[in-house]
Write a protein that binds this ligand. Structure first.
Ligand code: ADP
Ligand code: MG
Length: 403
């Protein structure tokens, strides 16, 4: 029996539970949770320990010790959240397990270190500067030029991310993000163009599978415009020469950044001049239902694919990409709580047969501040055009109303 430790602050969150179920589907493992909150109901963990702060590596190791005394040595320590990746590597290192390369984890986590590392291996990235004062911000604007993006070094979900197009924007962004000696902020050249993801499955650092999706529009633009319902499309055929450049660069990047076995999530841009640049790359599976989308495109359980790679060092592919898949994240302008969702019946009538999964906004729930909105609809079909048209119908017809 292999002891697998799953680190997750809140085991009840849908995505966390979903990856937990995937781990449970593996053969010959004892699944041990390291949580900040006890799981509820019929959770399926063989045992678990609750720590006060699941982001504190010292507490994680203390919690892991309790489990080790009960069950013996560990096979793997895994987790899916962006903000536990470095801590996971520390725990893995403490026990001499695969995944214990703390420097690699930091390269994937810290946006400044990541950019330096990518540039050093010849991967195109936005010009950037580390800001430790407002003055640094003014100098970066001089050197790199406007427009810029200002963001935290280790952020997620567009938190505290500013688009800076004018000196006024720069003053506002610097005043709000307050770079200092103790609080570093990153300034980046603004990449104008189209944004995509590039997700891989890796075994011992070698990519064995990849998937590409296109964002309509980029998450920052969605965040800044509450009426935009974000759409992500996975084209059915990604094998053509149009993606050869990103394939080459992305494979090179994950290999040389020190990825082990598991799933990576990269964001990249096709700039207006046709060239590419990498936005960021994470050594964890993507969020925002992306694992479901990849699963629908290939008719597989991609959550299990992650578990197989991260725990078994195994991949069950190759998998045919049989469908184009699209997702619309439901939201709308306004503030407060969800009071109703308009247009559902009409949308349903017009895209009938294409919808494979939907989560409708909960009436009465407070409005989400995220670009993922308050619900989603996933469609699929072998034709990209059909999927594209269906997503257009959904975002033009369905409207979440708040009050
Ligand atoms: N240099 C950049 N040029 C253009 N857009 C950017 C740039 N950096 C970030 N963005 C936008 O902001 C979003 C969030 O930034 P990102 O670096 O991905 O941080 P995180 O996803 O961790 O919040 C991106 O998805 C993209 O839409
Ligand atoms: Mg991002």
């Amino acid at each position: 029996m292999r002891n697998v430790v799953y680190v997750a602050p809140f085991p009840g969150i849908t995505a966390t539970a979903r990856f937990g179920r995937a781990l449970r589907s593996l053969r010959d493992i004892r699944l041990l949770g390291l949580f900040q909150e006890a799981p509820r109901g019929d959770h399926g963990y063989d045992d678990y320990v609750v720590v006060r702060d699941a982001l504190d590596p010292r507490q994680l190791i203390e919690g892991a010790e309790i489990l080790r005394k009960r069950y013996g040595d560990f096979h793997r320590v895994v987790g899916i959240l962006e903000n536990v990746q470095v801590q996971l590597a520390m725990v893995a290192k403490h026990y001499g397990l695969p995944g214990g390369d703390v420097e690699a984890a930091e390269r994937f986590r810290d946006k400044g270190t990541m950019k330096d590392a990518l540039r050093a291996i010849g991967v195109p990235v936005a010009a950037h500067a580390r800001l430790h004062s407002e003055q640094d911000g003014l100098e970066a604007a001089e050197r790199i030029g406007l427009p810029l993006v200002l963001k935290p070094t280790s952020g997620a979900g567009c938190r505290s991310t500013y688009e800076v197009r004018s000196p006024h924007d720069l003053r506002v962004a610097l005043a709000e993000s307050r770079p200092s000696r103790h609080h570093e902020v990153i300034a980046e050249e603004f990449l104008e163009g189209n944004e995509y993801s590039f997700d891989t499955v890796c075994l011992h650092g070698k990519p064995v599978f990849h998937s590409i999706s296109r964002y309509f529009p980029g998450p920052l633009e969605v965040t800044r415009n509450p009426w935009i319902q974000w759409v992500v499309i996975l084209p059915r055929d990604i094998s053509g020469p149009w993606f050869d450049d990103i394939r080459r660069v992305a494979f090179d990047a994950v290999r040389k950044m020190g990825m082990g076995s598991g799933v990576t999530h990269m964001e990249w841009f096709r700039k207006k001049d046709g060239r590419i640049a990498i936005g960021e790359v994470a050594m964890r599976p993507p969020g925002a239902q992306f694992c479901s989308l990849v699963g629908y495109a290939h008719d597989i359980d991609f959550y299990r694919t992650w578990a197989r790679a991260a725990v078994d060092d195994a991949f069950d592919g190759p998998h045919d990409r049989r469908y184009a898949v699209g997702i619309c994240y439901l939201r709308g302008a306004g503030q407060g709580r969800v009071v109703r969702v308009d247009g559902l019946e009409e949308a349903q009538r017009r895209v009938q047969g294409l919808v494979v999964e939907a989560k409708l906004p909960t009436i009465g729930a407070p409005k989400s501040s995220s670009y993922e909105g308050d619900g989603y609809v996933i469609v699929r079909h072998p034709s990209d055009d059909v999927v594209q048209a269906a997503t257009k119908i959904i975002v033009e017809t369905v409207q979440v109303r708040y009050g």
